[in-house]
Each structure stands twice: as C-alpha cells, then as structure tokens.
Design a protein around this ligand. Structure first.
Ligand code: EPU
Length: 339
C-alpha cells in the first residue's frame, strides 16, 4: 500500500483536470483493502474509489481519501467445450484485458475494445458499445464491503444491471470495493456486427474474425472519439435518454430525421449526440471547455479548463436540448466536488 498526502489528480482523471486530494491510497491486494476498512490503517472520509477516472468530472479539490485499486492478474477459472470463465483484477487496464481475450480466441468482449478505464469499473458502469453491454458477459463480481471489511460475491442478477447502471452506482453507491470481475467468454465466438457501420468496417479489413471486429471498433472509436491522452474527455458526457414511445412518436413527427432506437416495452431511446448536434453545439467552444467536433456527446478540455467550466457548459447544453426537444439529458459522467 502506498499513501500520498495532498496528491495531484491530473493523471487520475481523463479530463486531465488539475485538482488535489487530501489523501490518495494505492492498494495492490485485497488484504490491504481489508486493513483499510477494518480500521488498521488511518484515512479520512469521504472515500472515493477511482478506476481509470474516465467517467468523472472533478469540480474542486477532493477533501477526503481517494482509493486507487491496483489488483491485476488474469486467471482462467473454468473451461468447458463451449465457454470459459476468465477473471481479471479490478486495477487491470480494460483494453489490455480485451486484447488478451481476443488474442486467445475468447469471444464476447471484442465490441468493447478501447473503452478507457479499468476492469473494476466495468460492472459499476455496465459499459457498453457497438451493440454489447458488459452485463451480458459478467458472471460474478468479487467485492469488499468498505464498512465492515467483509468479502461479498455478487451474482449477475444481484448486480441489478441497467443501461450504464448497476447496484454499485445506485442503491449501494460507494459501499463496495470491486476487486475482481468474472466474465463468461465464448470459445466459438458469435460476432455481433449489427451496430451502425461496424460490418462495413470489418469487411474492409477482410474476414469476420474476432481480431477484425476488435480492430474495426478501434478504428471507428479513433475516428469519432478523442484520445484522452491528447484531449481531456470522459467519453459520452450524457446518457442516451429513454422516453415513452408516445413521446418519441411525437418527436418523430416533428423531426423525421431523428434517430430513435427500440428499448424496453413502451419506451424508446434517443441519441443524445444527435439532439446536442441539432442544437448547434458540435465543435463549439466556451472558454477552455468545448464540444468535440466529431461527436457532440463528448465534452472536452481544451487544455486549461476547470471542472466548473465543463460543468457550466453541460448545463447550457442541457438547457438548449430541453428548450428545443423537451428532453432532459442526464449526465453519464459523475460530478465530484463543489459547483
Ligand atoms: N449523432 C449525430 N451527431 C453527433 C453524434 C451522434 O448526429 O454529434 C448521431 C449519429 O449519427 C447516430 C446517433 O446519433 O445516428 C448515435 O451516435 P453514435 O452511433 O455515435 O453513438 P452514441 O449513441 O452517441 C453510444 C454510447 C457510446 C458508444 C457508442 C457506440 C452512450 C451514452 N454512448 O453513443 O459510449 O461508444 O454508442 O456503441 O450510450 C461512452 O459511454 O462513453 C461511450 C462513448
């Protein structure tokens, strides 16, 4: 375990915002986590568990303790003729893990290539892209309770997954530290090429294989989404709004071009990026904060932005989308700090 006082957070959030935390604790093992939660090691509340920092907007210094899990390691837990259960440590970089699975011919995660962040965040956020959500692959999640230091293993259904949501982000927010995640992967991969232009990109590369799907997703993401190493951002800033089917039908009459997707019974999902784009925000800049020019759902730090500037920009965007379409956008990114 390594404890840093007054720690800079610039490298711990993909917006690249320059704030500080009173304390930053790196832990490498479950035992170290237990010693923190049973009172053997001193730390000050509030506690914030950070993965890759790819879904967070700091708006001020953090007056508490940030926990950075670094448990790594990949293990094949079970194997039969059809599938394999592979577990990965919470601190492992997500895309390194996806690459590992694809190289071995294990199917399921290839559409989720290049999503920033670490393994531990994937069940919390139920990451998704190109027609796949990670909830469809997760078998169980190993955690430690931050209040009483006990271990708890959540089954898939106990995780209460929803669109970019889970029990860990919702009812039990901040209560459990994810230490390991178990995924069931397919030994005879069934590719999912249904989303947008994915199939065309795969065909450009050649045969329909795991490697080519992974490479296609990487190519598409690189063409639309800014690399956080170069331009600070947190991927989609807002969720795609889910509205009643009747409301969606009304919008479609008024705006026939609007992309609308099926969702659960009686509901439709709208494309937040399209709504924001139609309000004229794509490529716009406000001070040091801006909207990405190739994907309006992504807010960016033009170099010297404060969290507050990015937050204020998100409020303006919410307001104009509400005025034009009567739709309330919900932030996907978690705002941490004073505003
Ligand atoms: N669109 C525009 N203008 C824009 C952006 C999008 O007109 O500036 C239109 C597109 O043309 C398309 C529709 O909106 O018709 C949807 O856009 P896209 O296919 O790019 O996907 P998205 O709905 O904006 C979601 C996820 C992304 C994920 C992609 C691909 C959410 C909030 N976002 O974006 O996830 O990579 O689909 O599956 O669900 C993330 O969560 O950080 C993220 C990047």
């Amino acid at each position: 375990m390594t404890i840093y006082e007054n720690a800079p957070l610039k490298k711990f959030n993909t917006f690249g915002l320059d704030y500080f935390a009173n304390k930053l604790i790196h832990i490498k093992t479950e035992e170290e986590a237990v010693s923190l939660f049973n009172g053997k090691t001193k730390w000050e509340k509030p506690l914030l568990i950070l993965g890759g920092g790819s879904n967070i907007l700091f708006t001020s210094d953090f007056n508490g303790t940030i926990l950075y899990p670094e448990m790594k390691g990949i293990k094949i837990e079970e194997k039969n003729n059809e599938s394999v259960i592979v577990s990965a440590g919470a601190g492992l970089n997500w895309d390194e893990f996806v690459s590992w699975t694809v190289t071995r011919g294990f199917g399921g995660l290839e559409n989720l290539s290049l999503i920033p962040g670490n393994v531990g965040a994937t069940p919390i956020q139920n990451i998704g892209a190109y027609g796949i959500e990670v909830k469809d692959l997760i078998v169980r999640v190993r955690t430690i309770n931050t209040i009483d230091a006990t271990t708890r293993i959540f089954s898939n259904s106990e995780c209460e997954f929803g669109y970019r949501n889970s029990i860990f982000k919702n009812k039990e927010k901040g209560k459990y530290l994810v230490t390991r995640v178990y995924y069931r992967l397919n030994l005879s991969p069934v590719l999912n090429l249904s989303y947008g232009s994915l199939i065309e990109e795969v065909n450009k590369l050649g045969q329909e294989s795991l490697e080519n799907v992974r490479q296609s997703v990487i190519n598409i993401r690189r063409s639309k989404l800014p690399d956080p190493e170069l331009i600070g951002n947190a991927g989609s800033f807002f969720k795609n709004p889910v509205v009643s089917s009747s409301f969606a039908d009304g919008l479609k009459n008024k705006f026939p071009e609007m992309p609308i997707y099926d969702d659960k019974d009686g509901y439709k999902k709208l494309a937040a990026g399209w709504l924001i784009d139609q309000c004229g925000w794509r490529g716009k800049r406000k001070g040091n904060a801006g909207v990405h020019d190739k994907q309006a759902l992504v807010l960016i730090n033009n170099g010297k932005a404060t969290g507050k500037e990015i937050y204020d920009l998100s409020c303006e965007i919410k307001k104009s989308v509400h005025e034009k379409f009567g739709v309330d956008l919900e932030r996907e990114v978690e705002v941490i700090g004073t505003i």
